[in-house]
Design a protein around this ligand. Structure first.
Ligand SMILES: [Fe+2]
Ligand SMILES: [Fe+2]
Length: 273
């Protein structure tokens, strides 16, 4: 699987920021909260993989790494615009983003490069399983504003396309033994705690700023969306735990059939030359 860098522009309609998802503001703002973390997170992924690029013997994997870096850079660029529109809608997106940047900077300063790569593959697993459910369950984006839906679909498709790249790098340069296993498993366990302890309060703050804090119907919609029907988070739980198997590899979840949709999006949103 060789990923391809695609230069797409989505030009999101900022006035739809709070209700672009048909499930309403609480769900829309949940996705918006995730967007806040992408530019700095993807920058971190790029740097952690780039550090090891020269040590990769396999020329095909080297090529995949270049494409991985290109894809994440494009995602970062589009999510920066997304987050600017979120900030323009009155949300404290920039302050939240700065906190994420500070945490990642600290990680870069105090952690060995092997741990930084372990963080990258753990978060890539997280994005890959979220991407999978987004592609598998059309209801999650049904009726959504088309540009927002296309951006999230494109991101999910490219995350799928490159989901094993950083993992393969990790296996080549860190290894597949017990030490490498413990390092990557601990990284996912720690990041799961860190991730939700940032996303949940940020989402609460954004919903509160949007006036929905006491809107019980809105919260119920979000609970139903994630835990009942269609059950986005509920349904990623088994795939999440697969990562803790010593012999795990991302392509054991073979969902490449979704990638057939990618060119249709690319044609519609290709950046003007
Ligand atoms: Fe990405
Ligand atoms: Fe990624």
């Amino acid at each position: 699987m060789l990923p391809i860098r695609r230069d797409l522009k989505f030009k999101l309609p900022g006035d739809r920021m709070r209700d672009w998802n048909a499930a309403g503001p609480h769900v829309s703002q949940f996705f918006n909260t995730l967007s806040i973390f992408f530019p700095s997170g993807e920058r971190f992924f790029i740097d952690s993989v780039r550090y090891y690029r020269d040590r990769i013997a396999d020329p095909q994997l080297q090529q995949a790494v270049t494409a991985f870096i290109g894809q994440e850079a494009m995602h970062g660029r589009e999510h920066i615009e997304y987050n600017e529109a979120l900030a323009a809608s009155g949300m404290p997106a920039m302050a939240m983003e700065r906190l994420g940047i500070r945490l990642l900077k600290l990680g870069k300063k105090i952690l060995p490069h092997a741990d930084q790569l372990a963080i990258t593959i753990a978060l890539e697993h997280f994005t890959a399983i979220l991407a999978d459910i987004l592609l598998r369950e059309p209801q999650l984006l049904q009726g959504a504003e088309p540009r927002f839906a296309a951006l999230w679909r494109w991101h999910a498709l490219e995350e799928t396309e490159h989901k094993a790249v950083a993992y393969d790098v990790y296996q080549q340069v860190i290894g597949t033994g017990a030490g490498a296993y413990v390092r990557r498993a601990l990284a996912l366990a720690a990041l799961t705690v860190i991730f939700w302890s940032l996303v949940i309060p940020f989402h609460l703050i954004i919903v509160a700023r949007d006036g929905g804090l006491f809107d019980l119907k809105g919260w119920w919609t979000l609970v139903r969306y994630h835990w009942l029907k269609p059950g986005a988070l509920r349904r990623i739980i088994p795939a999440y735990f697969d990562y803790y198997r010593p012999g795990f590899h991302p392509w054991q979840h073979d969902n490449r059939r979704f990638l057939a949709d990618i060119e249709a999006i690319a044609q519609n949103y290709r950046a003007a030359a």
